[in-house]
Design a protein around this ligand. Structure first.
Ligand SMILES: [Fe+2]
Ligand SMILES: [Fe+2]
Length: 209
């Protein structure tokens, strides 16, 4: 495939993610039962903001994986990234749908998050597959921890959002374990800390924007 074809393919994928055109393959665990989603207005907007943060996380996940796939040297890690990315497509669709159900809107900064994450994924891929897999393992571990914190912060009554977050958390755990098992090396502390502060910037911005 020529470079221009690859670039067009990437652009198309990016537009699909950003335009909400990437459909999920599996039904949402939210399975919204209107009776169980009687939330007070303040709870509803808090839940929408938290789910917007999670949607941004999934936009980033798409872009990271696309970047890593584009730079991967071997077919084996590329297949691992692709498998995880496919599950993340469901996460993307579920969180977007839930934000809308809660009367919220998606982050206006998504194109920025996507571009930055793609570049980061590509850069980590260029460091070699073992580092790239290590980056994937660490990312998924941090996301898993982040999702656990959302289970504390989401309104207790918002069962549909909680089901989505729980399912995602379980799958991120699996992605992380798969990356380590495939030979991902543990990242040095400064890299882990840098990733954490970047994630913090992203999550605190996406709560509002
Ligand atoms: Fe995910
Ligand atoms: Fe994941």
């Amino acid at each position: 495939v020529s470079l221009i074809d690859r670039l067009l393919g990437e652009a198309q994928h990016a537009l699909g993610v950003l335009g909400g055109l990437t459909p999920g393959a599996r039904p949402s665990p939210a399975a919204a039962d209107p009776a169980e989603t009687e939330l007070a207005p303040a709870e509803k907007s808090r839940a929408a903001a938290l789910m917007r943060v999670n949607h941004v996380g999934e936009v980033c996940a798409q872009a990271l994986y696309r970047g890593q796939m584009a730079a991967a040297a071997d077919a084996e890690p590329r297949a691992l990234f692709a498998t995880a990315a496919a599950e993340e497509t469901d996460h993307l669709a579920w969180t977007a749908e839930r934000v809308h159900q809660l009367g919220g809107r998606l982050s206006v900064l998504n194109p920025l998050w996507y571009a930055g994450s793609f570049a980061l994924g590509y850069a980590s891929g260029r460091l070699g597959d073992r580092w790239s897999l290590g980056f994937m393992a660490e990312t998924e571990k941090q996301v898993e921890r982040h999702l656990a914190s959302h289970l504390d912060r989401l309104p207790a009554a918002d069962a549909p959002s909680r089901r989505i977050v729980e399912q995602m958390k379980e799958e991120e755990m699996r992605h992380g374990a798969a990356a380590s098992a495939a030979g991902g090396v543990p990242l040095p502390l400064p890299a882990r800390l840098a990733m954490r502060s970047m994630a913090k910037l992203m999550t605190s911005t996406a709560y509002y924007l």
